[in-house]
Design a protein around this ligand. Structure first.
Ligand code: GDP
Ligand code: MG
Ligand code: ZN
Length: 310
């Protein structure tokens, strides 16, 4: 059978080894990647071929405009989502916010070329005492923070407006309300045909990795399972700043061009923390990510370490 080369064929969900694809006819269909080595994630545009059996195989991935990746425990980079333009990092009063996790997502977004904003969800609940200070630190470096809550009519409007023209992903800890937000934002959240397709396959393949939905005004939004931890792909991180905007703003003043902003003398970043130009918690987060970054690099074979970007 001839290959269906439709550049609009897009992966709108992945679960187990299955893909849900949609072409310009807008009809979602099940497909499978051809071969084990084909790395396909939600948001990818793919070339598909029909088998004689009727099965649809994705045989090639078209070049990605962006890719959000993570490091696995061996320091390898793995794609999570393709062709995003915006990352929505969600936190809530419950579960207690993990600001270090938020920082790592923001770094990944910066280095992957994605816009990012912070969604403080469940604003109807009492805030933990570190919440306001945590959010203020982000506003200080120019991140937009949207506060949303179930009992505030219209509180979703700024988020809807922010989504216009974007393909966005919701990320963050499990339980912060990502799927609840999707149910309110997505036009096709109750898409029965897709739901049936996925449930039929999920009986056998239980993990739904990601799903992309249409929103009003042409925006799209991706749900993903919550995470306990996230490490950005070390291949993507800028070696001088690791993607921290506040470090980037100060680092031009460091004495050494290859300053890691850890113990180096005459470091403008550390001076900035002492004088209050950089938030101390953000700097602590930077130090943690720097240690993780070096640790993950050390797990790679020596030949690859030599090629490390700096
Ligand atoms: N109080 C409050 N609870 C919410 C809100 N949004 C979601 N929840 C609850 O938070 C829990 C986790 O929501 P879910 O959407 O599954 O979170 P996810 O794991 O990030 O997808 C559920 O029990 C929701 O009912 C909200 O705005 N306010
Ligand atoms: Mg969820
Ligand atoms: Zn420095």
């Amino acid at each position: 059978m001839p290959a269906t080369v439709d550049p609009t064929t897009e992966v709108i969900a992945t679960f187990g080894r299955f893909l849900l694809i949609r072409d310009s006819a807008q009809e979602p269909r099940l497909a499978r990647p051809r071969g084990r080595n084909l790395d396909i994630v939600c948001g990818d545009r793919v070339v598909c071929e029909s088998e004689a059996s009727g099965e649809l195989l994705a045989t090639r991935v078209l070049p990605r405009r962006t890719v959000l990746r993570r490091s696995n425990l061996r320091g390898r980079s793995e794609a999570l989502a393709a062709n995003l333009s915006l990352l929505l990092v969600v936190i809530a009063p419950v579960p207690a916010p993990d600001f270090f996790l938020v920082d790592r997502y923001l770094c990944a977004a910066a280095c992957a070329g994605l816009d990012a904003l912070i969604v403080m969800n469940k604003n109807d609940l009492p805030l933990p005492q570190d919440m306001d200070a945590g959010l203020a630190a982000y506003a200080q470096v120019g991140y937009r923070v949207l506060r949303l809550g179930r009992d505030a009519p219209g509180s979703l409007d700024p988020l809807r407006a922010a989504l216009t023209g974007h393909t966005a992903a919701l990320v963050g800890q499990s339980g912060v309300g990502k799927s609840s937000l999707i149910r309110q934002l997505a036009l096709d959240a109750d898409d029965v045909a897709v739901g049936e397709l996925m449930r039929a396959e999920e009986g056998r393949h239980t993990t739904t990795a990601a799903r992309l939905y249409d929103c009003e005004d042409g925006g799209r939004i991706m749900d993903s399972p919550g995470v306990r931890d996230y490490a950005p792909a070390i291949d993507d991180l800028d070696a001088a700043t690791l993607g921290f905007r506040d470090v980037d703003q100060l680092a031009t003043g460091c004495r050494f061009l290859d300053c890691r902003h850890m113990q180096e003398p005459q470091c403008a970043v550390r001076d900035g923390v002492d004088s209050g130009l950089m938030n101390a918690r953000r700097y602590e987060s930077y130090r943690r990510l720097r240690r993780l970054y070096e640790d993950l690099w050390s797990r790679r074979p020596a030949t690859e370490q030599a090629r490390r970007r700096s």
